[in-house]
Design a protein around this ligand. Structure first.
Ligand code: SF4
Length: 63
């Protein structure tokens, strides 16, 4: 399963987007003025785990 972001934990710092080798993530406004990382290209995820390790909020899981 590809990486998934928990929007309740994400603080939009973009660490996952920076480390992802296949550009799975985009930062998007959630409509309430908060930036959130969204896995917009989940099919490109190679399940390397770099984003899981990079996120200080522990917002990303690979199930
Ligand atoms: S597990 Fe690897 S390829 Fe998949 S989203 Fe995270 S950093 Fe990108």
């Amino acid at each position: 399963m590809p990486a998934k972001v928990d929007p309740n934990k994400c603080e939009g710092i973009g660490a996952c987007k920076e480390v992802c080798p296949t550009a799975v993530f985009d930062l998007k406004d959630d409509g309430k003025g908060n930036m959130k990382s969204v896995a917009t290209r989940p099919d490109d995820c190679i399940e390397c785990g770099l984003c899981v390790d990079a996120c200080p909020m522990e917002a990303i899981t690979i199930e």
